[in-house]
Design a protein around this ligand. Structure first.
Ligand SMILES: Nc1ncnc2c1ncn2[C@@H]1O[C@H](COP(=O)(O)OP(=O)(O)OP(=O)(O)O)[C@@H](O)[C@H]1O
Ligand SMILES: [Mg+2]
Length: 278
């Protein structure tokens, strides 16, 4: 199998995993009796369609994806792709394939309507025992990281953004138990047949409902403040606290706004600023 170049670039610091991928995917194909097609050219994981399923393998250090399969199990196909099989040792799973699989943000439909139909079904309370990380624990780590990266970044952005993010992290509700997705956006909602649209690629946590807003707001921010305001209104209509959603939009854009290789990502800083101002 030829690995996508984007994947090889993204995981160049994990050469052992890259080297093992042809073997790992061949073992999955054998075990699950798959005829693998060409991998999708995507950087963050190995995604390989095979007839009516998709094989996905996540890198060992990609911890945000640790519980992707668990989230799909909890949703049980209701608004998201169904999990078909999993092999946690290989960090692999099989899920249903969306056909034609085009992405919501490329479609000529009202994305707000689609999300308004999906989100209430995805926003479920998680019963114990459950494997997910809690948002409050992530927030404690983000608070330290974001502060530190701000300090070493030589005033990478206005202090007010930092303070807003730290305030959100510090006030995280430690008891809320909703299954939330850090990566819900139009690139991870695909056209399907069983339902018109299905969510893929969750990066799940358990915590405050408003965290579901972060991917939607981050992506809306690239279109400007008016787009962010439209989404904030949709989210409020779905029962989310609008100011909390905005706060998480800013805080999470900064939490995910840094890479060790390149430092602060302009795109994320700009998203945080646009969400704060909208
Ligand atoms: N179940 C599926 N059915 C059809 N296509 C899929 C499915 N899962 C993934 N794909 C295709 O593969 C692409 C990448 O998948 P996915 O978003 O899960 O990977 P990822 O590496 O986590 O991506 P990223 O983090 O860049 O969003 C999707 O945009 C879609 O084109
Ligand atoms: Mg994706």
């Amino acid at each position: 199998m030829r690995l996508p170049q984007a994947l090889v670039n993204e995981w160049r610091h994990e050469p052992d995993w890259l080297a093992a991928l042809p073997r790992l995917s061949a073992e999955c194909a054998e075990h699950w009796n798959l005829e693998l097609e060409e991998p999708i050219a995507t950087p963050h994981s190995l995604v390989v369609p095979a007839a009516d399923v998709v094989l996905k393998l996540n890198a060992p250090s990609h911890f945000e994806a640790d519980h992707e399969a668990d989230a799909l199990v909890r949703w049980a196909g209701n608004g998201a792709v169904r999990l078909i099989a999993r092999d946690d040792g290989r960090r692999a799973f099989l899920c249903e394939r969306c056909q034609p699989g085009s992405r919501l943000w490329d479609a000529a439909v009202d994305a707000e309507d689609v999300v308004a139909e999906l989100l209430p079904r995805l926003s479920i309370e998680v019963s114990q025992p459950q494997p997910f990380r809690h948002l409050a624990d992530e927030a404690a780590r983000w608070a330290e990281d974001v502060q530190h990266r701000y300090d070493v970044g030589d005033r990478p952005f206005e202090r007010a953004l930092l303070e807003l993010a730290l305030e959100v992290f510090a006030s995280t509700d430690t008891r809320d138990g909703y299954l939330v997705n850090q990566d819900l956006h139009g690139g991870n909602v695909l056209r399907a047949e069983r339902e018109p649209w299905l969510v893929i690629d969750p990066k799940p946590l358990v915590g405050e409902r408003e965290l579901d807003a972060v991917g939607l707001l981050r992506n809306a921010a690239s279109e400007g403040e008016a787009a962010v305001r439209r989404w904030l209104d949709v989210l409020a209509e779905l029962g989310l606290d609008q100011e909390r959603a905005r706060g998480w939009g800013v805080a999470h854009a900064l939490a995910w706004g840094w890479s060790d290789d390149d430092g602060w990502a302009d795109e994320h800083v700009l998203a945080a600023r646009t969400i704060a101002a909208a």
